[in-house]
Every structure is written in structure tokens, then in C-alpha cells.
Design a protein around this ligand. Structure first.
Ligand code: PMP
Length: 422
């Protein structure tokens, strides 16, 4: 069956789709943190459909919310009133600090960042946007310019988007000195723009870029610099939000800042297509003279799912759970690091973890081929992880947030076994 599907995919789906494994894997069922293939083999899912299945595959509360809303009404758009979108917007706004109280709903992370970028430009009257090297913010017309993964070789729109040094404590030239990286932002503003900027955007942990946590203090310095240049600061919480980081509900809180605009998607809907932008009334007012419309954004069914996600994460105390299980898993991975030279870095917090493989610890030479072998071996052993980073030498471990301590041990044991075999 898998081969048959693979043939159809090759014939009828775009050739640019990339496939994760050497041998096709056909997933037919999901239950919380587990996935099952066509033969009934169980996999521990440590990647959650790219950090999207936050509560768990087919979580009963989410299913129920979706089902009940679907029976009643599936779609109208925002040209009529509907309770689901209003109730959900209120609940989401209550999770935000400061004056972040106005919510816009969209369908994806790319759409959320498109809208955030437009807001920044309308509000400030400036055009220049700043994003970090190694960032992923989307694949749409404008966000592709914010995305700065140079190996992807996209035609980046010229001008008005500046990619500054990413403050990577492991690979960056300034180590953990957040203030030093921030100076690069000032230089780009001074030498690359008229001195006025529209906005700065960053993931609070670089996701696709390889679970890279920003050097401490970085965002505080940068937000100051950007505000002085007339710009607004956008936090992309598409991967890091909703308590996954354990220590904080939002990634930006780990840096002690409050953004002007926050974008969300992926885990917000546990797999349903949903995204959101939350901002202040002042910035939102820049849109009031224009129509901001999105046919599916805040659709009743997706709103019901989004609200159910918030309730489940609270009811099941997932943020604390992520902190505890994450700490345990990081401990296990760090002890593997002491035994295997191939592990150059273990980083992250909560259930947002990266393991970087290198062939030479001093030179930090990316162990691309070895990572691939380990990746395939993990699958064989029944564990699905993500792969990322500029050199595809990083395991990304971002499971559904119901991932247990036993699951963490299972994953660590599998990695230990795979490393022994290598
Ligand atoms: N921002 C971040 C941080 C992401 O990881 C992604 C997707 N990988 C996006 C934005 C874009 O989201 P989408 O694929 O839903 O458009």
C-alpha cells in the first residue's frame, strides 16, 4: 500500500514535495503521542506533524469540540456574528500579556506572518523589515523574504528585507553574548535603511533552523534598537507557544520582552488549519481604514478546535508537564552526549529540544551523513524525530505535549542503541 501511495504521490503531487525517509512510511492512525503504520507497527511521535499536534493525535476533547460544532454550523465567514470566534478570541487574548488584546484569525503560519508584516508597514509607514539568518517564517510571497535559510535557494525579494546575524549560542561568533549580536541589527539599520524600519521579526526559538534558542538578553537589546528606529517587534510563536517551552507559556517570555505583534499557528489548532495574529489596539487601528478579510479565518469549526486546545492544555497542566518531562529528557540526552563524541550539542527547554551531531567537536563539523543514518535507525526502532538546521545535522524533538517520562526514556534508549550501532 505504501508503495502504491508513493507512486501516486510522485505522479500527481508536486515534484518539489520532499520525503522524510528513504523507505516510504504510510501512517494510517494516530492516538495521542503514538502513530501507527499500515502494518500496525507503533511509533512514538516525537515531531508531532512538525510541532503541530500539541494536545495529542485525535485527542477526545478536541474531536468532540470539532464534531459538536460541525453538526451545528461549519462555515459562514465573519460577515455574520458567530459565538465560536468571539468566545475563542476572548480566551486567546486572556493568554496574552500587556496590551496584546486584538486578535485576527487566519489559516496558517505564513498567513499570520504576512498579516503581521502588513500591519507593521501600515502602522509605521516604513517598509524595511528585519529578520534573522536561519529563520523560517513561511513560504508565501512576502514571508519567503523573511525566511532566511540560504540553502533553500528561493528567489528572495530584493531590498527592504534585511537578514541579520542569528544569535546562536553554539555556532555564532559571539557565543551567548546577546548584546553583541544585537549590534548587528543597529548596523543594518544604520547602513542598509533610511534609518526608519517597519518591523523586526524573530522566532523565539528557531525551529526549522534547528531548535536554536536565542542568546540571553538578545531580544531586549534588539527591541530597544528597533523601537528607537520607529519599528515594531514581532514574535513568531508558531512553534514555541502554548506552554511547550515549559518555563513559560510564550517563547518571548524567556527573553523578558513583550512584543508589539505575536503570530501563531501549528499547535494552536492541534492539526486543524488555524493561525492567529495578536496585537495592540493602536497597531490594529492601522488596519481600520482598510478591509482585512480572510474567508476561512476564525471559521466556527477551527475556532471550536482552538478553544478546546486552550482548555485541554490548561486542564491537563501541559506547561508544567513539558517542563518536567523536558528536564528529564534533556538530562538523559546530556548523559548520552558524555558518552558519544558525535553529539556536539544538546539544547532547548520543555519539549522543544535540539540534538546537534558533529564529526569534530572542536570544529563543529556537521555530521550530516551520520545524522541521516541515525534518523533512519530511530524509525526502525519505532521513534519518529524531526531533522533540521542548515546542514540537516540536528534532531528536532518536539512531540505532542502529552509525551510522558517513559516516552522520553524510550526515545533516549533508542538513540543510545542507534549510536552504538553507528
Ligand atoms: N513560522 C514558523 C516558525 C514556522 O516553523 C512555520 C512553518 N514551518 C511557519 C511560520 C509557516 O507556517 P505554515 O507552514 O503554516 O505556513
Amino acid at each position: 500500500l505504501a508503495d502504491e501511495i508513493f507512486e501516486k504521490r510522485k505522479k500527481f503531487l508536486g515534484p518539489s514535495l520532499f520525503y522524510h525517509f528513504q523507505k516510504p512510511l504510510n501512517i494510517v492512525e494516530g492516538k495521542m503521542q503514538y502513530l501507527f503504520d499500515e502494518s500496525g507497527k507503533r511509533y512514538l511521535d516525537a515531531f508531532a506533524g512538525i510541532v503541530t499536534v500539541s494536545c495529542g493525535h485525535c485527542h477526545p476533547d478536541i474531536l468532540n469540540a470539532v464534531f459538536e460544532q460541525s453538526k451545528l454550523l461549519q462555515h459562514t465567514t465573519t460577515i455574520y456574528l458567530h459565538h465560536a470566534i468571539a468566545e475563542y478570541a476572548e480566551a486567546l487574548a486572556s493568554k496574552m500579556p500587556g496590551n496584546l488584546k486584538v486578535v485576527y484569525f487566519v489559516n496558517s503560519g505564513s498567513e499570520a506572518n504576512e498579516l503581521a508584516m502588513m500591519m507593521a508597514r501600515l502602522h509605521t509607514g516604513n517598509l524595511s523589515m528585519i529578520s534573522l539568518r536561519n529563520a523560517y517564517h513561511g513560504g508565501s510571497a512576502n514571508t519567503i523574504g523573511l525566511t532566511a535559510l540560504r540553502t533553500w535557494k528561493y528567489p528572495i525579494p530584493e531590498g527592504e528585507i534585511h537578514h541579520v546575524m542569528n544569535p546562536d549560542p553554539y555556532r555564532g561568533i559571539f557565543g551567548s553574548d546577546g548584546a553583541a549580536y544585537a549590534r548587528d541589527v543597529q548596523e543594518h539599520i544604520d547602513y542598509g535603511t533610511s534609518g526608519n524600519v517597519a518591523g523586526f521579526i524573530a522566532e523565539t526559538v528557531q525551529g526549522v533552523g534547528g531548535a536554536v534558542e536565542l542568546a540571553p538578553g538578545y531580544l531586549k537589546h534588539v527591541y530597544d534598537i528597533v523601537h528607537k528606529a520607529g519599528g515594531v517587534c514581532i514574535a513568531d510563536e508558531v512553534q514555541s507557544g502554548f506552554g511547550r517551552m515549559g518555563s513559560h507559556y510564550w517563547g518571548f517570555e524567556t527573553q523578558g520582552v513583550i512584543p508589539d505583534i505575536v503570530t501563531m499557528a501549528k499547535g494552536i489548532g492541534n492539526g486543524l488549519p488555524l493561525g492567529a495574529v495578536v496585537t495592540t489596539p493602536e497597531i490594529a487601528s492601522a488596519l481600520t481604514q482598510r478591509i482585512q478579510f480572510n474567508t476561512f479565518g476564525g471559521n466556527p469549526v477551527c475556532s471550536a478546535a482552538g478553544l478546546a486546545v486552550l482548555k485541554v492544555l490548561d486542564k491537563e497542566k501541559r506547561q508544567v508537564h513539558c517542563a518536567n518531562v523536558g528536564a528529564h529528557l534533556l538530562g538523559r540526552l546530556r548523559s548520552l552526549q558524555q558518552r558519544y563524541d558525535l553529539i556536539g550539542d544538546v539544547r532547548g527547554r520543555g519539549l522543544m529540544i535540539g540534538v546537534e551531531f558533529v564529526t569534530d567537536r572542536k570544529e563543529k563539523t556537521p555530521a550530516k551523513a551520520e545524522t541521516n543514518v541515525l534518523f533512519e535507525k530511530m524509525r526502525e526502532l519505532g521513534v519518529l524525530v524531526g531533522k533540521g538546521g542548515m546542514h540537516a545535522n540536528i534532531f528536532r524533538i518536539k512531540p505532542p505535549m502529552c509525551f510522558s517520562k517513559d516516552d522520553a526514556d524510550f526515545l533516549a534508549d533508542a538513540l543510545d542503541h542507534a549510536l552504538t550501532k553507528l
